[in-house]
Design a protein around this ligand. Structure first.
Ligand SMILES: [Zn+2]
Length: 314
């Protein structure tokens, strides 16, 4: 678990932040989105991506300032942090990452920083990736099971208690309240997807990011590539997906918001399946988009999948 010897270190970091702000004023610093992190008196928590930021906000209430390093819509696996991200992180009080090899860039990102970090997936029951060169490695998308996110929320409450012990009981209560909403949304998702007939219980996506959701909802998961990376959608991978869709007469296939759907459109073109819609997994949408929160994300995906696979009103 994270180490929290940072009461004193915090003073040092604030001073470093002060120096950094002088550097910005003097124009010595690389350009890029200026941090708003130091504008508040609240402790600052940075998360690696938007889904974690939303969960963290629910646990933190108004006691902490929570921000995501990557923006809505960003590809998060192979993200390349900017100088602005590094400046912002140096001023933060705590950084949360998913772990399970999700953020390939994270170890190097925090290496030179004197800021504690906590891995929020710690304690979840991990599913392994079944195919491709990732076989046997943990599937990092553990948040796609709301049950796991209950563990995420509890881990965050603990980490926040180390950051602001005077609010520990509030963080715990917030996590508890959020966990009951997670339970509701999971029950809703399972019941929504339970209407799918046996021969249509297959979820075909671009990235293999749905193992946890598919397990919870009793769907067979098929994907073109295992994890978003530089090499994806080889002709063999596309052929395999086409074969599955044809063999099983799968009525609809899907792709995620953070990647190109071109490979899946090839599957659509080569089979009788229709394109069922854009699913969200690695990022929330902007506030005015379809999935501004994690709970919205699960509800949205369950709706799109159900409507497309039942030939419903999508
Ligand atoms: Zn992913």
């Amino acid at each position: 678990m994270p180490n929290f010897p940072f009461r004193l270190a915090k003073v040092v970091r604030r001073f470093v932040a002060f120096l950094a702000s002088i550097a910005v004023v003097l124009g010595l610093s690389a350009c890029g989105g200026n941090s708003t992190a130091s504008n508040s008196d609240k402790p600052v928590v940075l998360t690696t991506f938007t889904v974690l930021a939303d969960i963290a906000k629910n646990v933190a209430g108004d006691k902490l300032q929570v921000e995501s390093i990557t923006k809505a819509g960003a590809e998060i696996h192979g993200y390349e942090p900017t100088p602005g991200d590094i400046r912002k992180a140096a001023q933060a009080d705590l950084i949360l990452d998913n772990g399970l090899n999700l953020e390939a860039w994270f170890a190097q990102f925090v290496e030179g920083l004197d800021v504690p970090h906590a891995v929020v997936s710690e304690g979840v029951k991990v599913m392994d990736i079944g195919e491709d060169s990732y076989r046997g490695k943990p599937n990092p998308h553990a948040w796609m099971s709301p049950d796991n996110v209950q563990i995420y929320a509890n881990n965050m409450a603990k980490a926040f208690a180390g950051l602001a012990p005077e609010h520990a009981s509030e963080f715990e209560a917030n996590a508890k309240a959020y966990n009951s909403r997670l339970q509701e949304v999971k029950d809703e998702m399972v019941s929504k997807l339970s209407v799918l007939p046996e021969n249509h219980r297959a979820l075909v996506t671009c990235e293999g990011a749905y193992s946890y959701l598919a397990r919870d909802a009793g769907l067979k998961e098929v994907y073109i590539w295992a994890v978003n990376a530089e090499q994806q959608a080889t002709p063999q991978q596309i052929a395999r997906a086409i074969g599955f869709v044809k063999d099983n007469q799968v009525p609809a296939v899907f792709c995620e918001s953070t990647v190109s759907d071109a490979p899946m459109q090839q599957v659509v073109g080569a089979t009788g399946a229709k394109f069922g819609g854009v699913l969200y997994v690695d990022s929330l949408s902007e506030a005015d988009g379809p999935v501004p929160t994690y709970l919205d994300l699960i509800r949205h995906d369950a709706k799109i999948i159900t409507e497309a696979l039942t030939g419903g009103t999508a």
